[in-house]
Design a protein around this ligand. Structure first.
Ligand SMILES: *[C@@H]1O[C@H](CO)[C@@H](O)[C@H](O)[C@H]1NC(C)=O
Length: 187
C-alpha cells in the first residue's frame, strides 16, 4: 500500500519541478508579454493586436524575450518609416487645407526625428542600456501623441493619421513592456 502515498507526494513535486524548468518557448513568451500589455490601464491595447503584431515577424518563431524586444523595435521602425512616407505623399496635394498642412508639416518633423530615436533605441538596447532604450522608445511614442494632438487643437480638423498614430503608440508600448521585462532580474 505504499504506491498511493508515493503517487500523492511525487505528483505535486513533479509538477513543481517541471513547471520551473519548462523551457520558455516563443509562444508563451509572446502571450506573457501581450497579457501584460493588455492589462496596463494606460494603454488601450488588445491582446490580439499585440500577438498578431509580434507573430507577423517570421523571426519571432523561436525568439526569446530579448530577441522579441528587437523585433518589436523593428516593427516600430517600419511603422515610422511607412507613416513618414505616407505624410510626405499627403503633403504633395496642393489643395490641402492650410491648417491640415500645418499639422502634417509638424507630423513630418516629428516622424523624421522618430526615425533617429528608434535607431538610437536599437543601439542602446543592443548594448543592454535599457534605461536609454526606454527613453528613446518613449520619445517615439511621444511623437505619435504630439502629431495626433496637433489636429485636435483646431476644431473641425480630422486627422488622417489617427489609426497610424494609435498603432505606432501601441507598438511602442509593446517595446517598452519588453524592455521593462528584460530589465527585471528574473529574465
Ligand atoms: C504598423 O504596425 C502594425 C502592426 O505591426 C501593422 O498592422 C500596420 O500595418 C503598420 N502600419 C504601417 C503604416 O506600417
Amino acid at each position: 500500500m505504499t504506491t498511493p502515498i508515493f503517487t500523492f507526494t511525487f505528483l505535486p513535486l513533479f509538477l513543481l519541478f517541471s513547471s520551473t524548468f519548462t523551457p520558455i518557448t516563443a509562444n508563451n513568451v509572446i502571450s506573457e508579454i501581450c497579457k501584460k500589455c493588455a492589462q496596463e490601464e494606460y494603454t488601450s491595447m488588445s491582446y490580439k493586436f499585440c500577438v498578431t503584431s509580434l507573430q507577423a515577424d517570421p523571426n519571432s518563431q523561436g525568439a526569446d524575450l530579448r530577441q522579441l524586444g528587437l523585433i518589436s523595435m523593428k516593427l516600430v521602425k517600419n511603422n515610422v518609416t511607412n507613416t513618414r512616407r505616407f505624410i510626405k505623399n499627403l503633403l504633395k496635394n496642393e489643395e490641402l487645407d492650410k491648417f491640415v498642412r500645418m499639422c502634417l508639416d509638424d507630423c513630418l518633423d516629428l516622424y523624421t526625428d522618430a526615425i533617429t530615436s528608434i535607431k538610437q533605441a536599437v543601439k542602446d538596447y543592443k548594448m543592454k542600456d535599457n534605461r536609454h532604450a526606454n527613453l528613446a522608445v518613449s520619445s517615439v511614442a511621444g511623437a505619435a501623441t504630439t502629431c495626433e494632438d496637433g489636429f485636435e487643437e483646431t476644431p473641425g480638423l480630422v486627422s488622417p493619421l489617427t489609426k497610424r498614430n494609435n498603432e505606432m503608440s501601441q507598438l511602442c508600448d509593446i517595446a517598452l513592456m519588453i524592455i521593462t521585462m528584460v530589465s527585471s532580474s528574473f529574465y
